[in-house]
Design a protein around this ligand. Structure first.
Ligand code: KG4
Ligand code: ZN
Length: 333
């Protein structure tokens, strides 16, 4: 089954053709991220305009890279939210028109469901054993999910304030690094000593599966303000700050694993799952199998994960009737 997946929730215009939810035949991503390095964050109106410019060229390339004629598609999947309104409207409106023209079913996909399903891309069938604990960490959300099948899942917890990616991005801004801050901060941290500075331990006394990053960001702010010669110690500071974020994430995963002993595997998805320190910390902490998306481009926003999510919604729930019905589908059953 061939699905064209389209993702336009923020500053990426992305389209991909995926076969049976796993085999990626094309994956085209045009990003306006670099345009925001000076502003330190996305400007929604500008991102929406870039979406309009990129939409048709990206779609055309995704189809031609996959050597796929629109007639051969079985369905179209598109992110219906959450995200920046103008950016989302570009994708959803374009795909509604094309679905009508091409007479293809249209599947609305929750952006977070797309991230959860990014794990299946390039994976062979039956490789994963359910139930799975998934840590989904991006610039917009930080969530832990208990997954019993591709579409049956329960959210165990989320963040009380900032998302993990936001903690990276805001920390990077304080360290005068360009947007998006996660990769830049991780790169700087490679040269630093992560034991050099102590950061607070968020929610140390709490037994609830939830996250909090705003205290770490505030500590970083005051450390940079109060430390003599702080600018000469940026690499050590970045490494220590990154460690604090990764430790907090890992501790909450540990808590969930203790509470749900049936868990067979741990997955990490979303932009922050590209972080090497997080990957090694999780691998060192658990004996359970740990997986992250097969490629870095599947961690950050992409159309392939939306196609995969569309495929499993279709397969397991037969959700492919009408846009309005599909738009209301939430992550949980
Ligand atoms: O999933 P994504 O592309 O978009 C959202 O849905 O938000 O995630 C983007 C986030 C940004 O906050 C970015 O700084 C972070 O993922 N990120 C990283 C790394 N690569 C991307 N954070 C830490 N280390 C990385 N290597
Ligand atoms: Zn995302």
């Amino acid at each position: 089954m061939l699905i064209l997946g389209v993702e336009t929730s923020c500053d990426e215009t992305a389209a991909s053709v995926v076969e049976d939810g796993r085999t990626v035949l094309s994956n085209v991503i045009s990003s306006s991220k670099d345009d925001f390095s000076a502003s330190g964050g996305v400007i929604p109106e500008y991102a929406a305009r870039r979406q309009i410019e990129c939409m048709l060229p990206v779609l055309t390339k995704a189809l031609s890279d996959a050597q796929c004629d629109p007639e051969e598609l079985d369905a179209i999947a598109v992110t219906h939210g959450p995200g920046l309104l103008g950016s989302l409207l570009t994708g959803t409106t374009t795909m509604r028109v094309l679905a009508d023209l091409w007479k293809k079913p249209l599947i609305g996909v929750h952006h977070h469901q797309g991230h959860l399903d990014s794990i299946w891309l390039d994976l062979s069938e039956n490789e994963v054993t359910f139930p799975v604990l998934t840590l989904s960490v991006s610039g917009g959300h930080t969530e832990l999910w208990y997954r019993e099948s591709h579409t049956k899942q329960t959210q165990l917890g989320t963040t009380l304030d900032d998302a993990a990616g936001e903690a990276f991005d805001k920390g990077a801004l304080l360290l005068s690094l360009p947007y998006p801050g996660g990769p830049a901060l991780a790169k700087l941290a490679e040269k630093g000593d992560e034991q050099a500075f102590k950061f607070p331990h968020p929610l140390a006394e709490s037994d609830n599966i939830e996250f909090s990053f705003s205290g770490l960001k505030t500590s970083l702010k005051y450390l940079l303000r109060d430390l003599p010669d702080a600018s000469e110690k940026h690499a050590d500071i970045a490494a220590s700050y990154q460690r604090a974020i990764c430790l907090h994430l890992t501790e909450r995963v540990e808590l969930a694993v203790k509470k749900f002993p049936a868990i067979q595997e741990i997955h990490i998805v979303g932009g922050v799952s590209a972080n090497q320190r997080l990957r090694t910390l999780l691998t060192d902490t658990f004996t359970l199998p740990i997986r992250w998306p097969k490629k870095i481009v599947y961690c950050t926003d992409n159309g392939a994960m939306i196609a995969a999510a569309g495929y499993f919604l279709w397969q397991e729930k037969k959700i492919h009737r009408h846009w309005k019905t599909e738009a209301s589908i939430q992550l949980q059953n």
